[in-house]
Design a protein around this ligand. Structure first.
Ligand code: G1P
Length: 289
């Protein structure tokens, strides 16, 4: 079955980026000149997603504005001869249908996803977490949709993380079925140091069947007192089966300050008009103390 809809949870407070996120959502923080949310939406669109369900909270209306038509701005730019820039803006508002749903209480990622149940309905869907950016030859979520379709089972993206970092992630364990693919038997959200069942960490992309809905609705608060998506996925793995897939491409943790700076450098290096300048800047900075 085709995967047409994607959920992007964006209701978090962005505390790691305060004070930058006091008055603007963290999803609007730019990578070079493009808000992180736009990079994630573009990935979904390139993978064939037709509708984005944005889960947002208070103070997040700029996210909707970003994907709306900015008539005055486009008109003014065009009148000043900046046609290309005007077209670039117009493209953002026309690239996808966006529906937004409020998560009224911050009850966790599982709860945020559950808020989209009525909008998504009885069909498979993707989930993309905005803190995880993928610089990939093929859209990361598209790679995962392929896994979902080939296996006929839900799929989550994973990455082997260095020992000692497992407690920062949801961690999976299971049986390898082919290179880069594991059939999941066990999942745990942010295991206490030294207790992780493996080093395979979930990295922000999921493609799930609608079977997850009743499981999510029954999921009790877990780690941190929040309703965890990982706990519901553990249930799905047990009842229907679930695949963990390592994807091609480089993952950036844009939810972490250093990871965010790294993502900025990596994306700038891919821009022909910036690459040389960035290299020179890095050399200059490396010589500083
Ligand atoms: C969330 C998930 C976690 C996953 C991580 C990936 O945690 O709960 O399972 O490994 O995203 O970035 P968060 O980083 O939002 O606390």
């Amino acid at each position: 079955m085709r995967v047409r809809k994607a959920i992007i949870p964006a209701a978090g407070l962005g505390t790691r980026f305060l004070p930058a996120t006091k008055a603007i959502p963290k999803e609007m923080l730019p990578i070079v000149d493009t808000p992180t949310i736009q990079i994630v939406v573009e990935e979904a669109v390139q993978a064939g997603i037709e509708e984005i369900v944005l889960i947002n909270g208070r103070g997040k209306s700029s996210l909707e504005d970003h994907f709306d038509v900015a008539y005055e701005l486009e008109h003014t730019l065009a009148a000043r001869g900046k046609k290309e820039l005007a077209e670039k803006l117009a493209r953002i508002s026309s690239m996808v249908r966006l529906v937004s749903v409020r998560q009224k209480h911050p009850l966790g990622l599982g709860h945020a996803v559950l808020c989209a149940r009525d909008v998504v309905g009885d069909e498979p869907f993707a989930v993309l977490l905005g803190d995880d950016l993928y610089d990939a030859p093929r859209p990361a979520v598209g790679q995962l949709i392929d896994v979902f379709q080939a296996a006929g089972l839900g799929a989550v993206a994973v990455m082997e993380v260095p020992a000692g970092q497992e407690h920062l992630y949801g961690v999976v364990a299971g049986d390898p079925i082919s290179p880069g693919r594991v059939r999941i038997s066990h999942m745990v959200e942010k295991p206490a140091p030294g207790t992780a069942p493996s080093r395979l960490a979930i990295v922000g992309r999921y493609v799930l069947p609608p079977d997850i809905w009743p499981i999510l609705a029954e999921t009790k608060p877990g780690k941190g007192g929040e309703i965890q998506l990982t706990d519901a996925l553990h249930g799905l793995a047990k009842s229907k089966g679930l695949i963990a897939a390592t994807l091609d491409g480089e993952r950036h943790d844009a939810g972490d300050r250093l990871g965010y700076l790294r993502a900025n450098l990596a994306y700038a290096l891919r821009r022909p008009e910036l690459a040389d300048g960035v290299r020179a800047l890095c050399r200059e900075m490396a010589e500083r103390r």
